[in-house]
Write a protein that binds this ligand. Structure first.
Ligand SMILES: N[C@H](CCC[C@H](N)C(=O)O)C(=O)O
Length: 304
């Protein structure tokens, strides 16, 4: 076991929490082993309150010579896999970069593309340009009968759930249920840990999928924007998280596609807080929400 200790920061966005490592300063030889050990909810990094572990490790490399400052983001998940994109992670990246540079605008390089990010004046919230959600089965990817599907999967039964397949940087399955969080028979009555894994591993998703349940609480036909309650079971975490940003964009994009809500903007309410989403007819979606620093510390580089 290496005695080398890595300085880390812990941040969360609406309860989706991440360990942040400065990849330029710190050598972590086996990133997958580092993430598996320190993200473990039972035995991982000790956090605020009684919550241990994290939803992932963000390895970040910042290049201030660019204007705006660029940050290369790599998210290693609790199972050791790498996610191509993470909406709440990108919001944490913007806040981390603001804490270091004082800048309020950044370009974040992810495996799903470069994403523009801004933080508000006191850096308590961040907005990410999320790219254009796509239902194109080749890009989700989504399959039927053992081959990539010709037509999008829209409200189609997959392993017992009525699923719409959409990619918002990562693959998502979205299923709408009746009744929001304040309905005892609504979204929170579903055993997500039981219903999500068969969809996550279904042949319909050759690369797997994050599985979202959503309930329309307000369809947006009145004064305010649409409001949806959301729960997400994440690939790579292999469990439910308190919030998922790419999932929130997927939920709103699917709700628009199915004609369940009016307007381009909506509020999604995962268990960990509230996110504002815009999904225009053309062009990139945006994701806005709170972000907070939890603590600074050190962790063993080689936890084995
Ligand atoms: N929590 C992240 C999504 C991570 C996606 C990852 N779980 C995968 O696709 O493997 C978010 O806020 O967008």
């Amino acid at each position: 076991m290496s005695a080398h200790a890595v300085p880390v920061e812990k941040y969360h966005g609406t309860g989706n929490d991440f360990i942040v490592v400065d990849a330029d300063a710190e050598g972590v030889g086996d990133r997958a082993a580092f993430a598996r050990a320190h993200c473990d909810r039972g035995t991982g990094v000790e956090g605020d309150g009684d919550r241990r572990g994290a939803d992932g490790v963000l390895f970040l490399s910042v290049a201030e010579r660019f204007d705006p400052t660029r940050v290369v983001m790599t998210l290693v998940q609790p199972d050791g896999s790498t996610a191509t994109m993470c909406g709440n992670g990108a919001r944490v990246v913007a806040r981390w970069a603001n804490d270091r540079t004082g800048d309020r605008e950044f370009m974040i390089d992810t495996q799903a593309g470069t994403r523009r990010a801004t933080v508000n004046a006191d850096a308590t919230a961040a907005t990410i340009e999320m790219g254009e959600p796509t239902f194109d089965p080749r890009r989700v990817p989504a399959a039927r009968g053992g081959a990539l599907a010709d037509e999008p999967l829209v409200d189609e039964p997959v392993a017992g759930l009525p699923v719409t397949a959409v990619n918002t940087g990562v693959p998502h399955a979205v299923a709408f249920v009746d009744g929001g969080r304040d309905d005892p028979d609504g979204i929170d009555a579903v055993d997500l840990d039981a219903v999500a894994p068969p969809v996550r591993h279904a042949d319909a998703f050759p690369k797997g999928a994050n599985v979202n349940l959503a309930a329309v609480v307000d369809d947006g036909s009145g004064d305010g924007p649409a409001v949806l309650d959301q729960r997400t079971f994440e690939r790579g975490v292999e469990g439910e998280t308190r919030s998922c940003g790419t999932g929130a964009v997927a939920v709103v994009a699917a709700a628009r596609r199915l004609g369940l809500i009016e307007g381009e903007t909506a509020v999604s309410r995962p268990p960990g807080g509230e996110l504002e989403i815009a999904v225009p007819d053309r062009g990139h979606a945006t994701l806005t929400g709170p972000v907070a620093h939890e603590f600074s510390g050190t962790l063993p580089a080689d936890p084995r």
